[in-house]
Design a protein. Structure first.
Length: 716
């Protein structure tokens, strides 16, 4: 199953958050009086809303207004007696960006990458610099050139996406509408070109063509289903800004998308009729529009038409009841003349070292008579033909299992996962990295390893993916560091070096790393701490506090100005702190915590792991400064016994915590807890059963979790 992930989804409606009342007045512009109708309300968004970001408004007169977006990116700022026009800026938040907009009247105003380009063009200068020293003349300049700036940006959008937005500044967007799809298409083109809005400002200032190649992403959730001996139905997800889909077909794997297509469709379905019976057909779909003649091809789908007569093992098949279900469910094959001991097999496919293997898996026959065969859908079964005694008898769709709101994909799991919003990267095997946009289809992305490499982790630092892996060898562990702006093209910064070793006879294994604001910090065994400030090329071994050289440093985080690390030794956990990149010093000792992960929420540090006493149990500690720690409230089920908190993540205003179920001190399952009060109290959200899910990444419209399996979830 393939899903199409959108980058720009502007949420309809306005939710008030952070109402700020200001004062001031006078001037030559339009002055607004205090009251409910004198506010600027709208959305700050780069995809989903920019959560918890600072919004600042500067007008022709009056002091600047400041507020904060809510979890959806909504804001509402009361102008008081200030004089329009006003310039707006959003900064920080999640994701952390700085964008600008402009308001000529009270009411709706959006802050998006498109509004930023309009303001840039109207100013003919860097909007950030103009905003920093904003005066009334800046507003006059923008107003005078606003019409031409809108026309310029509309032309650029059309040349990149094939469409335009009626009113980017004040228009009310809704998910899935025509304007939203143009923003989606622009986001895909930017991602494909490896560009950011900031990098386009110089061209916008000069009125040059924006250096972004038109791009249409691949259709998602592409499926091919045989419905008879002569017809196969195709379906796929819409691609933003696509107006037509070309369909290509072959009778063997590796469909070429050059030359003429067999058909085209203006919708997201097509029925391919007139086919031969008992024949496999392979398909790809390519999106197009007036600008992009050939977008990115879909994943390849295939199906095999049923036999013309529908006979099997000397019998006649009437139908499959039902024709879909999950692994473990029961299927009844109805017909006549069946043998007493039929062999029933389902289609199966899986990856081996990046190669797709297509085979069959035998089902357990529950009962068999001359008129019906009852079987259990076997583990490993995929959507495809069912066979009785090697004869195809019909198509069976294997439904993906649901775990709460999560859909279990057929793709393998992983150890670590990160996202840029559109693209996901996961550490699949001990040192093999894969990338995906839908969570179902994963492609090899990076491999630098031998059999001795393990424990790889991947993070998105706001501008690039960072992947670090250690070699597991007690005599000489070494680290490898690689970075990628897009999850596909990687640069190896460090190859097999001792980055965190103090003892020439012993090199530390990596336990954790954090990459924030251009600084990477790597920690490991034997008190090893190393830092890079040039993107991972050069590393500095940092001085650890006296007495901590034998500690395991298990977790690290970085607020941007302050770093905190958690250690473990015989006397329990300890917290080390480094301010402004300076020396590390212990600020808390004897913590009742065997640390596993650490997260800065924006307000406090949260440390998670297990208690140090024999009773065990998961534990979460909270601290605003790293010195004083207090226990958070977990559901009683997980506070004693074989439980251990494993991984923390933040998404918008919600915190998420994976807690392992332990068997003989090894993970044998996981539950997902959530907190909406900054980690002070937690409640159960999903029980993943026997799968020890190890990481979660929150994309713009899709969430992905990895463990033994890969799970996807549409953003609530």
């Amino acid at each position: 199953m393939v899903r199409n992930v959108k980058i720009y989804s502007i949420i309809a409606g306005v939710l008030c958050a952070a109402v700020v009342t200001g004062c001031g007045g006078g001037g030559g512009g339009a002055t607004v009086s205090a009251g409910a109708s004198n506010s600027l309300s709208g959305l700050a968004a780069t995809g989903a809303g920019i959560a918890n970001a600072a919004v600042t408004v500067k007008c022709a007169t009056g002091a600047p207004l400041t507020g904060t977006t809510d979890a959806n990116g909504s804001f509402n700022l009361v102008l008081g007696g200030r004089t329009l026009p006003c310039m707006l800026q959003v900064s920080g938040g999640t994701p952390a960006v700085t964008l600008h907009s402009f308001a000529q009247a009270v009411g709706r105003v959006n802050i998006t990458p498109v509004t930023d380009l309009i303001v840039t063009r109207a100013l003919g200068a860097d909007p950030a610099a103009a905003f920093a020293s904003y005066i009334a003349a800046n507003g006059t300049t923008v107003e005078g050139a606003l019409g031409a700036a809108k026309t310029y940006v509309a032309t650029q959008l059309s040349s990149i996406t094939g469409g335009s937005i009626a009113d980017p500044l004040t228009g009310a967007f809704s998910i899935g509408d025509a304007d939203d799809k143009i923003l989606d298409a622009l986001a895909s083109a930017l991602t494909n070109a490896g560009k950011t809005v900031e990098q386009l400002r110089s061209d916008a200032q000069a009125g040059n063509a924006l250096p972004v190649t038109p791009f249409l992403g691949a259709p998602g959730t592409f499926t091919a289903t045989a419905v008879s001996s002569s017809t196969i139905d195709l379906s796929w997800n819409a691609v933003p800004a696509a107006t037509l889909y070309k369909i290509y077909r072959a009778t063997s794997a590796g469909v070429a998308t050059t030359g003429s297509e067999i058909a085209s469709s203006t919708t997201t379905t097509y029925s391919d009729a007139g086919l031969s019976a008992s024949t496999a057909y392979y398909y790809k779909v390519v999106p197009t529009n007036a600008v992009v003649s050939a977008g990115t091809a879909s994943a390849e789908g295939n199906a095999t038409t049923s036999s013309a007569g529908g006979s099997s093992g000397g019998g006649l098949v009437v139908g499959l009841n039902p024709n879909h279900g999950t692994v473990g469910s029961t299927l009844t094959i109805v017909g006549s003349g069946f043998s007493s001991s039929p062999q029933v097999k389902f289609y199966d496919e899986f990856l081996v070292a990046g190669t797709l293997i297509r085979t069959e898996v035998a089902a357990t026959v529950v009962s068999s008579t001359a008129t019906q065969i009852v079987v259990t859908v076997p583990a490993g079964a995929n959507t495809g033909l069912v066979k009785i005694d090697s004869i195809s008898v019909g198509m069976y769709t294997v439904d993906l299992s649901q775990v709460g709101a999560w859909t279990q994909q057929e793709s393998p799991g992983g150890y670590s996962v990160a996202t840029s919003g559109l693209r996901f990267v996961k550490v699949w095997s001990p040192a093999n990295v894969k990338q995906s946009t839908d969570g179902a289809t994963w492609n090899d992305s990076y491999l630098y390893a031998s059999l001795n490499y393990m424990g790889g982790q991947v993070q998105w630092d706001g501008s690039q993916f960072v992947y670090i892996v250690s070699k597991d060898a007690t005599s000489s562990p070494v680290q490898t560091v690689a970075v990628s702006p897009d999850g596909t093209n990687w640069t190896t910064k460090v190859a097999g070096q001792k980055l965190i070793s103090w003892d020439p006879q012993y090199a530390s294994s990596m336990r954790d790393f954090i990459s924030v604001s251009g600084r990477m910090t790597l920690v490991g065994d034997k008190g090893g701490i190393a830092t890079s400030t040039d993107g991972g090329t050069n590393w500095t071994l940092e001085t650890y506090p006296v007495g901590y050289q034998d500690h395991q440093i298990l977790a690290v985080d970085d607020t941007g100005t302050q770093r905190l690390a958690l250690t473990l030794s015989a006397d329990g956990g300890a917290a080390l702190r480094s301010n402004a990149g300076g020396a590390w010093s212990p600020v808390a000792t004897g913590l009742d915590l065997k640390p596993v992960d650490l997260l800065w929420t924006g307000n406090r540090h949260l440390a998670v792991g297990a208690t140090t006493d024999a009773a065990g149990g998961a534990r979460v500690l909270s601290s605003s400064d790293g010195q004083a720690w207090a226990a958070a409230t977990l559901p009683a089920t997980y506070t004693s016994g074989a439980w251990r908190a494993a991984k923390l993540e933040k998404q918008g205003g919600t915190l998420w915590l994976l807690v392992y179920r332990l068997t003989a001190n090894s993970p044998s399952g996981a539950v997902l807890l959530q907190s909406t009060d900054d980690g002070l109290n937690w409640s159960l959200e999903t029980d993943f059963g026997s799968d020890p899910v190890s990481a979660i990444a929150f994309g713009t419209n899709l969430w992905i979790a990895v463990g033994n399996k890969t799970y996807t979830r549409v953003v609530p």
